[in-house]
Design a binder for this molecule. Structure first.
Ligand code: NAP
Length: 276
């Protein structure tokens, strides 16, 4: 019961990574406000957890919704210990010359502005409480280039930057801010992006497994939920401003196509030869 007595708010919590985190946090004793625009799925999930959870409709691009989400956590469960800013979409795709300004803004609105609103309205309660853990969901597309559509990558780099900067401010009030950068993870979002069918989880699982450097293991929502559990719990009490990459090693330079026993990072070996 690593989250016993703690109260969490999770956005985009009715599906994928958010849903897995709700379930993991509940197993560890947390009470949770499930925020999402998917009302039916959110209410279904909430019903499976009885008095430990409550669904609240929340569009993360609407400041009043986000403010209300935090307020409902405090009025229902008495405090606010953990906020996970997770809601997301893939958003605008295609060559840079084809990205429409309106699509650029709409994608940034959900991924970056929504995260800003979540941090802002969590901080007002957590600063007074002198404790709290804010967890922002970034992406490997937010720590290196070439791993996602342009606007998605820009937004997720923004999430990583915002995390580090706000962490430097809020730690003085006892509030920690960290982020997680998942690699490809088997969720409806990825199924929709890869095979145009958000229900095709088995099919997309095989694709994600083939892309992962780790043998025979696709990234799963539970992997991200477990990382979030560490950042949410007191075990990470001295971890602040950190970006926890959970990608099977993809961003180390490892490739699923490397033959067994090959040097997985030739660029490091070459750098060593030059005395770097
Ligand atoms: P998911 O299964 O689609 O879950 C995301 C949830 O957020 C959905 O219920 C979605 O509803 C909801 N949502 C979308 N726009 C929203 C808004 N404006 N306000 C509130 N909720 C909204 O996707 P996921 O893969 O779990 O993604 C969760 C987070 O992980 C995202 O931030 C994503 O960028 C990040 N991530 C995912 C992966 C991956 O491989 N899966 C990798 C790196 C990072 P709709 O379905 O109606 O849009």
């Amino acid at each position: 019961m690593r989250l016993n007595g703690k109260v969490a708010v999770i956005t985009g919590a009715a599906s994928g990574i958010g849903k897995a985190t709700v379930e993991r946090f509940a197993e560890e004793g947390a009470r949770i406000i499930i925020g999402d625009i998917q009302q039916e799925l959110g209410e279904e999930l909430s019903a499976t957890l009885g008095d430990s959870a409550l669904f609240q409709y929340c569009d993360v691009t609407d400041e009043d919704h986000v403010k209300e989400l935090m307020s409902v956590a405090v009025s229902t469960f008495g405090r606010l210990d953990i906020v996970m800013n997770n809601a997301g979409i893939v958003g605008s795709r295609g060559p840079i010359s084809s990205v429409e300004a309106s699509e650029f803004k709409a994608t940034l609105d959900i991924l970056l502005y929504g995260t800003f609103l979540g941090i802002k309205h969590a901080s007002t309660y957590m600063e007074k409480q002198k404790s709290g853990s804010i967890i922002n969901i970034a992406s490997t597309a937010g720590v290196t280039g070439g791993l996602g559509p342009h606007v998605y990558a820009a937004a997720k780099h923004g999430v990583v930057g915002l995390t580090k900067n706000v962490a430097a401010e809020l730690c003085r009030s006892g509030v920690r801010v960290n982020c997680i950068a998942p690699g490809s993870t088997v969720t409806p979002l990825v199924a929709a992006a890869y095979v145009d069918d958000h229900n095709a989880l088995d099919e997309v699982s095989e694709i994600v497994k083939a892309k992962s450097p780790i043998l025979n293991r696709p990234g799963m929502p539970a992997d991200i939920a477990n990382a979030a559990l560490y950042l949410a719990s007191d075990e990470s009490g001295n971890t602040n401003g950190h970006c926890l990459v959970v990608d099977g090693g993809l961003t180390t330079g490892s490739s699923p196509n490397d033959p067994p026993h090959s040097d997985p990072m030739p660029f490091l070996r070459e750098a060593g030869q030059h005395g770097l």
